[in-house]
Design a protein around this ligand. Structure first.
Ligand SMILES: NC(=O)c1ccc[n+]([C@@H]2O[C@H](COP(=O)([O-])OP(=O)(O)OC[C@H]3O[C@@H](n4cnc5c(N)ncnc54)[C@H](O)[C@@H]3O)[C@@H](O)[C@H]2O)c1
Length: 324
């Protein structure tokens, strides 16, 4: 069995590939470096083949040898911080539809034994995400659908296409709905960076006040990339029939709390927080009911948010110093 990973150079993909190869799997990765980088794949030693290809191009070769015993883990999509997602709703929506439908054609033609797709908490109805305290999401809450953004809709469209395809019974489909993932390696300074690395980057270089978008009360269920990798690895061997499994902690951390952790760290220069309520905040709050993940995959989050952020501050600090 070979494991194919799209988006292999991204945050989740590069950690997943590294872990799978270290465990002795034969892995084929593909990425076009839209956001992931070649350096994210440095030092992977073992049975790993990489293709630099755009999944929306015709005539790509990364799946030439995909066989019916193989597993395809599809991670490649356009994902970014809230500013980018809301400023580019149509292009993000269209690109993700094109990527996901290209993968559907590959699956229909090659019939791998399993397709693992990552959905997102952003695809859940915005009406269920109105408060930090009470917005627990369960897998069955997804429909009737009303995601807040074009990104959330695009990820949902991908899932719907794969569900229709899976009706043929030739490829097992597992969908992991991820909450907000953070960890290293990640983009921390560009237009597409997500909230935790973007805050850390600014706090490392800004003495005085750290500006936070919104009033800081909006929150998310942050999950460390190591925990996401362990969920994906469990999904590879999962033989159950639950089509969708939510991956995230059962608590919500506000952006204000995240900023407080960041400015309290002695390595950051910022020592206070100010709020810019003119900027977008997205859904107000959400967290996971992880009971299905625990029951079906034996999965529980293990990385405490303080430890995860501290580790990420060290990684971003080191990367900035080496760039300087
Ligand atoms: N990061 C999160 O908070 C989060 C939350 C929920 C779901 N997800 C999903 O997890 C998956 C991976 O996310 P990530 O955080 O690792 O993001 P990432 O941007 O680090 O990884 C995605 C990778 O896909 C690649 N890619 C984009 N378009 C491509 C194309 N046309 N052809 C080939 N490669 C392409 C990018 O270059 C990038 O390396 C995405 O599908 C995302 O929607 C992420």
């Amino acid at each position: 069995m070979k494991i194919y990973v799209t988006g292999a150079a991204g945050m989740i993909g590069s950690n997943l590939v590294r872990s799978l190869v270290a465990k002795g799997h034969s892995v084929v990765g593909v990425d076009n470096f839209w956001r992931g980088t070649r350096s994210n794949l440095e030092g992977i030693e073992g049975d790993f083949t990489f293709f630099e290809e755009d999944l929306t191009d015709s005539g790509i070769h990364c799946f030439d040898e995909l066989g019916d015993n193989d597993v395809l883990i599809h991670l490649a999509d356009i994902v970014a911080g809230i500013g980018y997602v809301f400023a580019n709703e149509w292009p993000v929506f269209q690109k993700n539809l094109l990527i996901n439908t290209a993968i559907a054609s590959v699956v229909a033609g090659k019939k791998p034994s399993k397709l693992i797709y990552v959905g997102t908490a952003c695809s859940y109805p915005q009406g269920l995400q109105r408060s930090v305290e009470s917005s627990v999401l369960k897998e069955d809450d997804k429909f009737p659908a009303d995601p807040e953004s074009g990104y959330g809709w695009s990820k949902l469209m991908g899932e719907i296409e794969y569900r229709l395809l899976a009706k043929s019974g030739e490829t097992q489909l597992v969908v992991l709905d991820l909450h907000n993932v953070y960890g290293w390696p990640c983009e921390f300074s560009g237009a597409t960076s997500q909230v935790i690395p973007a805050l850390i980057n600014r706090a490392l270089e800004t003495p005085g006040s750290l500006t936070v978008w919104g009033d800081g009360t909006q929150g998310r269920a942050f999950v460390h990339v190591d925990d996401v990798v362990s969920a994906l690895e469990s999904a590879v061997s999962y033989e159950g029939s639950e089509g969708t499994i939510m991956i995230g902690p059962s608590s919500c951390t506000s952006i204000g709390e995240i900023a407080q952790i960041v400015v309290s760290d002695s390595r950051t220069q910022s020592d206070a927080i100010e709020f810019d309520t003119s900027k977008p905040t997205g859904d107000i709050g959400r967290f996971a009911d992880p009971s299905r993940a625990e029951r079906e995959l034996g999965w529980k989050p293990s990385v405490d948010i303080h430890r995860g952020i501290s580790d990420l501050i060290g990684k971003i600090d080191a990367a900035k110093r080496s760039q300087a």
